[in-house]
Ligand binder design. Structure first.
Ligand code: NAD
Length: 283
């Protein structure tokens, strides 16, 4: 099945990014969120990001306008009835996602594929809110969605091979390289491997071993990472990282995934990283 009308639920960091990516690749896309205010903010961010690319000479003003013209923004989930492929990128909360999937199941055409961009929740559990578990799949984009090459395709227990093939093709049409898990795998590959590393960097910081700058520089120079782990947590969002590690800890009952106290404390203080203006660094 060739995808013609993608639809994105959630206009946060990931939803706005996936929406922009679709528009850049020529798709007419609709992005929805729960309030006009959030939608307007996301729209402004996408415009500002594209303007910077125009200033740098990477795209022309006309290209920018044509990308923006392919993006429709709304607060009306019912518009998903015209879509053949929905990417849900709402908050990382099972209740929220199940509620959205239940509504989408009712709104969308029977053949529409429903993908979740969840970091660590079970695709099968999300799918259980629908009557089309064979058409529910994990499609895990990375941040920033416009740039990062990988998309993890994560199976639910009942996801059909046809759904997997369509999601892979869609990812390729978006210029991405899909990697598919062989079985249901909350947190896929990258988040699970990376999660422990990010936790440990936060612990090293909280023990006062070095400054965020030095921890990041050390990991870049000594481990060949392109970006320091603390700058990366700031970019992901401390709340998102915390939610992911809590899910993994609950699921696997393994101390390796237990979120460190320092992350909990910072989230409670509203230090969520780049999006809130402060995390391990100030923005
Ligand atoms: P975010 O907090 O920036 O955005 C989430 C958005 O979802 C918010 O704007 C919120 O208003 C909206 N939302 C909540 N309930 C909704 C509903 N019922 N209908 C429509 N919109 C609703 O979060 P994010 O970082 O964009 O993460 C979104 C999803 O992507 C999460 O599942 C997260 O785990 C996953 N993810 C995040 C990253 C990352 O680096 N931030 C990377 C990969 C995947």
């Amino acid at each position: 099945m060739d995808i013609k009308k993608p639809f994105v639920v959630g206009a946060g960091i990931m939803g706005a990014g996936v929406g922009q990516l679709c528009a850049q690749k020529g798709y007419e896309v609709t992005v929805v969120d729960i309030s006009e205010e959030i939608v307007e903010k996301a729209k402004g961010k996408v415009r500002a990001g594209l303007s910077r690319r125009v200033e740098k000479g990477k795209i022309t003003q006309d290209e920018m306008e044509s990308v923006l013209s392919r993006m429709n923004w709304s607060t009306d989930l019912d518009l998903a009835k015209e879509s053949d492929f929905v990417v849900e990128a709402a908050s990382e909360n099972l209740g929220v996602k199940k509620e959205i999937f239940k509504k989408l199941d009712f709104i969308c055409l029977p053949e529409t594929i429903l993908a979740t961009n969840t970091t660590a929740l079970s695709v099968s559990e999300v799918a259980s809110a629908t009557s089309r578990a064979d058409k529910v799949i994990g499609m895990h984009f990375f941040n920033p969605a416009v740039i990062m090459k990988l998309v993890e395709i994560i199976r639910g227990e009942k996801t059909s091979e046809e759904t997997i093939a369509t999601a892979k093709k869609f990812a390729e049409n978006l210029g991405k390289i899909p990697i598919t898990t062989s079985k249901e795998a909350p947190a896929g590959i990258v988040s699970r491997v990376l999660g422990g590393l990010l936790n440990e960097a936060a612990v090293v910081y909280s023990e006062g071993i070095a400054s965020p700058e030095d921890i990041d520089e050390a990991m870049k120079l000594g481990a060949g990472l392109p970006m320091g782990p603390l700058a990366l947590i700031d970019m992901i969002g401390l709340d998102i990282h915390l939610a992911k590690m809590e899910t993994l800890y609950e699921k696997f009952k393994d101390e390796r995934y237990k979120p460190p106290e320092v992350i909990r404390k910072m989230v409670a203080e509203g230090k969520l990283g780049k999006k809130s203006g402060e995390g391990f660094y100030k923005y």
